[in-house]
Ligand binder design. Structure first.
Ligand SMILES: *Cc1c(COP(=O)(O)O)cnc(C)c1O
Length: 458
């Protein structure tokens, strides 16, 4: 059996979860139109929909909540957060925001003009949408290895430097307001970016005088992957590695709902004073005064603590191993997963588990429904439901390269027995896989349809 690290915490407060009966699950599925976004969270036993804002805060974070200073301007909690942000990331200026996409919105509002392009390894969907909302075009230039699920490249999140140089030369710097990279690469399976690649990306952007921003939701998991996998970093602390990463950049956006282990919060940091002044004005318009940025004082306080807890190496070793453990157990149950396992989630290859279901009948959605039917477990389809769209020229449906089911792991929330249970349910489904049917839409909106679509079995 693969190694499972003992949880580096003990449980002081519990939130009951319950498993409703098989009949009740069937009724819930029908009422929801087989879309798990429409099922009540209370009717879910193990919820692996996302790792965003779903983690368990520590006793230090809850104590910090009680110390929150709710002053409108200049709150003590703001200065605690400021000290943590400066210590870890080292940027000259920052503002809090209520979550990652709010920081992205402000950055895009200030810097992106219609017709401009923003390169990255892979933009997360909210970053992508915020650039498009300003008339800009997001461009993904990740290395080709990222698209091969079996390839075990240690830094599958790396940005392809040749593709980047070629893109800048072809597009022209005047059409590029800034460059980005996402660490770890969420849209590409939670895969890390190496320090060597970050350096090369920074050098390339800077050679063309382009500001370099890091989408930093998983700054700590990425730093720990560097420590584990990149020669020369084994002796450095994750804090030292994070400082080295951020010394290369001119700014960052962050959803603090991930590695900063808070339920709500975000950051926008930068070094340029002129841009900061514009950011501050936009923030006041959209989010709030610059010392609270759309958050309560208590949220700033919890974030200040969480930014350090996310970097704790005992915790990170446990977290990365937890993903690797679930991945291995699923493989033993006959269900292939994207390799190597990422930092925050495991991605099941639904097309391989249900080979008789064609992409047009949504194998990822079928597996998602089956996991709920079998064990009241919730994952999320990342395949044709999310990404298959008709070609504007031919009208023919273009399917994505992979049909996946993502199982995201909330931080410090579930134990080994919960993950064993997920693997056990998957093995059950595998044993009756040939009887599982595909789905068709009975309702689908035009964009972001996975949230509100309804299905029926084929
Ligand atoms: C979650 C996430 C975001 C958006 O953050 P929200 O807090 O959900 O608005 C942006 N980038 C990445 C990489 C993320 O994982």
């Amino acid at each position: 059996m693969p190694h499972y690290p003992p949880e580096p915490f003990r449980i002081k407060m519990v939130e009951p979860i319950r498993q409703i009966s098989r009949e009740a699950r069937e009724a819930a599925l029908q009422a929801a139109g087989y879309n798990l976004f429409a099922i009540k969270a209370e009717d879910i036993f193990i919820d692996l929909l996302t790792d965003s804002g779903t983690g368990a805060m520590s006793q230090e974070q809850w104590a910090a909540i009680m110390r929150g200073d709710e002053s409108y301007a200049g709150a003590r909690s703001y200065y605690h957060l400021k000290a943590a942000v400066e210590d870890i990331f080292g940027f000259k200026y920052f503002v809090p925001a209520h979550q990652g996409r709010a920081a992205e919105n402000i950055l895009a509002a200030v810097l992106v003009k219609p017709g401009q392009y923003v390169p990255s390894n892979m933009h997360f969907d909210t970053t992508d949408a915020n650039i498009r909302a300003r008339g800009g075009r997001p461009v993904n230039l990740v290395i080709d290895e990222a698209f091969d699920p079996a390839n075990t490249h240690p830094f599958k999140g790396n940005l392809d430097i040749d593709k980047l140089k070629d893109f800048i030369e072809r597009t022209g710097v005047e059409k590029i307001p800034f460059g980005m990279i996402t660490v770890t690469n969420n849209s590409g399976g939670g895969q890390p970016v190496s320090m060597a690649n970050l350096k090369a990306v920074a050098e390339t952007y800077h050679a063309y005088n382009l500001p370099f921003f890091i989408d930093s939701a998983r700054y700590a998991e990425n730093a720990y992957f560097i420590k584990l996998r990149e020669p020369g970093y084994e002796g450095k602390s994750t804090l030292e590695i994070a400082r080295e990463m951020y010394a290369l950049a001119d700014g960052m956006t962050m959803s603090a709902k991930k590695d900063a282990i808070v339920n709500i919060g975000g950051l926008l940091c930068l070094n340029d004073e002129t841009i900061f002044k514009q950011v501050r004005n936009e923030l006041i318009l959209r989010e709030g005064f610059p010392t609270y940025g759309g958050l309560a004082g208590r949220d700033l306080e919890a974030m200040a603590v969480g930014l350090y807890e996310g970097l704790d190496e005992t915790y990170l070793a446990y977290r990365l191993n937890q993903c690797a453990y679930l991945s291995k157990r699923l493989n033993e149950a006959g269900a292939p997963t994207i390799q190597p396992p990422g930092g925050h989630a495991v991605y099941l290859d639904a097309a391989a588990v249900l080979p008789h279901i064609p992409p047009g009948q949504f194998p990822g959605q079928a597996l998602c429904v089956e996991l709920y039917r079998e064990g009241a477990i919730r994952g999320v389809e990342i395949g044709s439901v999310m990404f298959a769209y008709p070609d504007p020229d031919t009208g023919q449906t273009i399917h994505p390269r992979l049909e996946l089911l993502r199982l995201a792991i909330p931080r410090r929330t579930y134990t080994q027995s919960h993950l064993d249970y997920v693997a056990g349910c998957t093995a059950q489904i595998k044993s009756r896989a040939d009887q599982v049917r595909g789905y068709t839409f009975s309702y689908a909106p035009e964009l972001l349809r996975h949230f509100t679509a309804r299905f029926e079995p084929v």
